[in-house]
Design a protein around this ligand. Structure first.
Ligand code: NAD
Ligand code: WQD
Length: 343
């Protein structure tokens, strides 16, 4: 059985990916410092897949701990690197901490991989690298725009680090996946997104409002140049997203990525407005959502959605789930969390 190290594997996207890897026949070792997730996610992964992943609690900013991880698990063949700090607003407040965490973690990982002869890495990048794109849908050749937050900048810098790291070390194989807006939860409702404190993202805010934790959703702007005036995004189901990682790992291990450094957009190719998301949520939950319109949020782009042709063609992967099914899974998850009240 092949072994994959999943950094940030108890987090939102990581946990779903661990399940998909296990179901595809991989053994998984998770490393996470639990700075933004909980240890019992490992139990819930086991409940879904019937297999307990290995779990190491360690901080990737710690170089010695990162080296130890690889020396104690020589069976690791590939890495999926999710571990990072990800809140855009917080990164403006704490830029140094964001650069420290997101850059140092990658550098330590790359040094350890080199030392222990691990050549394959999948990196979690983001559509944030495109900023406000000149053309829609946006494809992988679109110019990278100046990042509008330290968080976004860390994604650009990490992609550059990975590109440069290959120059003297062509055995290093890299796939960088640029996620659009991941939403929803596993259909079992055993794993999902657990934002700490007030959510920044739309869908957790919607589900928390519907369940009564938040009074009202504020729609950030209805004066955009879009059909209904609200901003447009490409909302992708987290299980669909997780599955793309399995394909990327298979591609790396079988050395099909001849280019050595590849970038793929992961989205649905479909843009939905904030009002469309609200309407779809109301439909699947049967609940009327309390919301009002307020001003635009600083740093928000008007619209961004993916051209996914490259991933469809090269990875043979396509997002499958509808917005309704995905919002329904998010709602089921919210209700599960509140019944088991952990957050
Ligand atoms: P998450 O916060 O749920 O998961 C990240 C995990 O990494 C957490 O469990 C956290 O405890 C862990 N972690 C953070 N720093 C660490 C460190 N130094 N050492 C060990 N573990 C550490 O976030 P997520 O939504 O699952 O995002 C995963 C990745 O995808 C991140 O790199 C994020 O930037 C990227 N991404 C996320 C989105 C999104 O909307 N969720 C969109 C684009 C890209
Ligand atoms: C979606 C839409 C908001 C909350 C962020 C990061 C991006 C990537 C994905 C990591 C926007 C509107 C939101 C609310 C609202 N993450 N909204 N009321 O901003 O597209 O992307 O997550 O890489 O880098 O920036 O996602 O879910 O915050 O917002 O009206 O309370 O919902 O204005 O149009 P965003 P989001």
């Amino acid at each position: 059985m092949r072994t994959v190290l999943v950094t940030g594997g108890t987090g939102y996207i990581g946990s779903h990916t661990v399940v998909e890897l296990q179901q595809a026949g991989y053994r998984v070792v998770i490393v996470d410092d639990l700075s933004n997730s909980y240890a019992d996610v490992v139990d819930n992964i086991e409940k879904i897949s019937g297999q307990r992943p290995g779990f190491v609690k360690a901080d990737l900013k710690n170089r010695a701990a990162t080296m130890d991880l690889f020396s104690s698990a020589p069976e690791i063949e590939a890495v999926i690197h999710f571990a990072a700090s990800k809140a855009v607003g917080e990164s403006v407040e704490k830029p140094v901490a964001y650069y420290r965490n997101n850059i140092d973690s990658l550098l330590n990982l790359l040094e350890a991989m080199q030392k222990y002869g691990v050549n394959h890495i999948v990196f979690s990048s983001s559509c944030t690298v495109y900023g406000e794109p000149d053309q829609l849908p946006v494809d992988e050749n679109a110019p990278i725009k100046k990042a509008n937050s330290p968080y976004g900048n860390t994604k650009q810098i990490c992609e550059e680090i990975l590109r440069d790291a290959r120059v003297p070390d062509p055995d290093l194989n890299v796939v960088s996946l640029r996620y659009f807006n991941p939403i929803g939860a596993h259909p079992s409702a055993l794993i999902g997104e657990l934002p700490i404190g007030v959510p920044n993202n739309l869908v957790p805010f919607i589900t928390q409002t519907a369940i009564g934790i938040r009074k009202e959703l504020k729609v950030f702007g209805d004066d955009y140049n879009t059909p209904d005036g609200s901003a447009i995004r490409d909302y992708i189901n987290v299980v669909d997203l997780a599955k793309a990682h399995v394909v990327a790992i298979e591609r790396l291990i079988s050395e099909k990525n001849k280019a050595g450094f590849e970038i793929f957009n992961l989205g649905t190719g479909r843009g939905n407005s904030v009002f469309e998301v609200i309407k779809a949520f109301e439909k699947v939950s049967g609940k009327k959502l309390n919301y009002s319109v307020t001003g635009r949020r600083d740093g928000d782009v008007e619209q961004v959605f993916a051209n996914t042709d490259l991933a469809n063609r090269e990875l043979g992967w396509k997002a499958e789930k509808s917005l309704e099914e995905t919002l329904s899974s998010a709602w089921k998850w919210e209700q599960h969390v509140r019944t088991n009240q952990k957050n």
